[in-house]
Design a protein. Structure first.
Length: 558
């Protein structure tokens, strides 16, 4: 109670005592002032976890909760900062002339008054205000108590977000109201959103409402905060306990570190008692062996295919249970933190080598596993428009194929004489005079992860003239791929030139690549330039010798 008296004294400092006359407000009316103060001076990410009322009197000023409308002369709020991983308490009141006030308490003074561990669960709207919750408590059994005890007051009321369902407090947001008369009490639990009563516990004798922790491990600290209702506050003791276990008589906190030889089931019986009676809670703690740090024992799956589910089940040795995490991963990959199952469906754009780093940890230590995951993709061949050439005229075509790894090419159907380079897919053909008309070409690309086929038609037309190659000249054919990704290939038919130069320029005319190469007259050469280091955009290449040059644009895309 001395700690509770501190709350009111902190408010007093901002208003002279003789002028202090607090006005009644509901729990929500004061909330904006409290949260604004908390986020300004405690932490910008502060969230509400509990709202609380205590009724007591100090130096002539009394905190009261009106049994008719659920408003009080002061409310206490617990806020939590995820960023700071700490909580703070603020008391809020409305003072004549000064309006709403909020003052931060210097200490956590009320943790033991919560029937479950407060946790860091955030209160989310909508949750019923104190008047609706109070009416729910009255409807659930408190009304009969109030009629039989005209002197009854509400010494304590609070709203709590309980993350775990148990037989005393179900999962969700609930209001607690304790109604106290001279010789009896009743405590009611009400669903905060609907106002429906859950249960009412009558009498002054203690009732243990918390659920025990039933597992432990040799060498690891075991704690359990026993919570109980009762008036006056109950005293706790251990009726049955393993060697070394202790309980704080006032707070109900149990502390124990199991020793070697205490493995197995250990019986515990807790007694909570006051002048009105007692309650007992008996349970067993299953004690496991000493902890050991995790060690990864599984071999990673290092190959994945774009568009298909990748799975890898990480297995480990170590106790207690292990937590899994991905410290380094590609976008979209996830891991089950409790089971170690790695799941991912890579896209075609993610076909590459990806570093993976998996961390494993428990209370005894940590470990990791690193590997490289190669993502491959089946070939996809761009559509090819119908082509046209003439008899005795050299024809060539470079298909654009997206694949990883590079595929092997083969012809499935084609006119006599047409060939394909199995390594790069370069198609060449010189039709004869007897091959006039339409011809179908069907080819495929296979890289072990899939096979793609593409077809197109070539018309051999006698009206298409043969282009003569001038002495000393060269002819630049269509570059590929279009657009360029990792490299650009520029095929050139050489006339009589003995040296050719290829230069790459960006859109501002700055030269980014240059290459000279000796050539053999009457042959075909292909200049391949890496574009992996170039930013996506428009570029130009120039092929030239001493007599002429060719300038063309191309696009780099990823």
């Amino acid at each position: 109670m001395r700690k509770l008296l501190l709350l009111l004294s902190i408010i007093m400092f901002s208003v002279p005592l003789h002028a202090q006359l607090l006005e009644k407000v509901t729990v929500k009316e004061i909330l904006p002032t409290v949260m604004g103060k908390a986020q300004a001076e405690f932490s910008s990410d502060a969230v509400l976890t509990n709202a609380l009322f205590f009724g007591f009197e100090f130096q002539g000023v009394r905190f009261e909760l009106d049994l008719t409308d659920g408003s009080a002369t002061g409310w206490l709020y617990r806020v939590y900062s995820p960023g700071l991983d700490s909580a703070a308490y603020y008391i809020g009141a409305r003072v004549p002339l000064l309006g709403t006030q909020a003052v931060r308490l210097p200490l956590d003074t009320i943790t033991r008054y919560f029937p479950v561990a407060p946790g860091e669960t955030q209160m989310t709207e909508p949750w019923a205000d104190s008047d609706a919750a109070l009416q729910g408590a009255r409807d659930g059994g408190a009304e009969t108590f109030l009629q039989a005890n005209p002197d009854a007051t509400v010494p304590i009321a609070f709203v709590i977000n309980n993350p775990v369902h148990n037989r005393y407090i179900p999962q969700g947001q609930y209001w607690f109201f304790r109604f106290a008369a001279a010789s009896d009490t009743i405590t009611c639990l009400v669903h905060a959103t609907s106002g429906l009563p859950f249960r009412c516990i009558s009498g002054n004798a203690p009732v243990i409402t918390s659920l025990p922790k039933t597992s432990a491990r040799v060498g690891q600290p075991y704690t359990y905060e026993v919570q109980a209702f009762g008036e006056p506050a109950p005293i706790f003791r251990l009726d049955t306990a393993p060697a070394g276990m202790s309980i704080d008589a006032g707070s109900g906190r149990i502390d124990w570190t199991p020793a070697a030889g205490q493995e197995g089931n250990q019986d515990v019986t807790i007694i909570a008692e006051n002048t009105s009676g007692s309650d007992a809670q008996s349970y067993q703690i299953v004690v496991g062996g000493s902890a050991s740090g995790p060690v990864v024992t599984s071999t990673p799956v290092t190959v994945a295919e774009a568009g298909k589910q990748y799975t890898y089940q990480v297995t480990t040795d170590g106790t207690p249970p292990i937590t899994y995490a991905l410290a380094e991963k590609p976008q979209g990959m996830v891991i089950d933190p409790g089971r170690g199952s790695v799941l991912w469906v890579p896209t075609r754009a993610q076909a590459a080598a990806h570093p993976i780093r998996i961390t494993v940890s428990n209370s005894a230590g940590s470990g990791e596993q690193s590997f490289t995951l190669e993502v491959y993709k089946a070939p996809v061949i761009d559509a090819i428009a119908d082509q046209r050439t003439g008899p005795n005229l050299p024809f060539w075509y470079q298909p654009s194929v997206d694949a990883r790894p590079a595929p092997v090419f083969a012809i499935n159907a084609a006119p006599t004489g047409l060939a394909i380079d199995p390594q790069n897919g370069f198609i060449t053909w010189t039709p004869t005079d007897a091959q006039l008309g339409m011809h179908t070409v069907l080819f495929e690309a296979d890289n072990g992860f899939g096979t793609a086929q593409q077809s197109f038609q070539i018309e051999v037309d006698a009206t298409v003239d043969v282009e003569a190659v001038r002495p000393g000249a060269f002819t630049v054919r269509a570059h590929y791929p279009q657009p360029a990704r990792q490299s650009l290939a520029v095929p050139v038919d050489v006339g009589t030139a003995t040296t050719l130069t290829v230069e790459i320029f960006d859109a501002l005319g700055r030269r980014v690549e240059s290459r000279h190469e000796a050539t053999q007259p009457g042959t075909r050469v292909t200049f391949t330039v890496s574009t992996a280091a170039l930013q996506p955009g428009v570029y130009f290449y120039r092929v030239w010798d001493a007599s002429e040059h060719v300038l063309r644009s191309f696009i780099v895309a990823r």
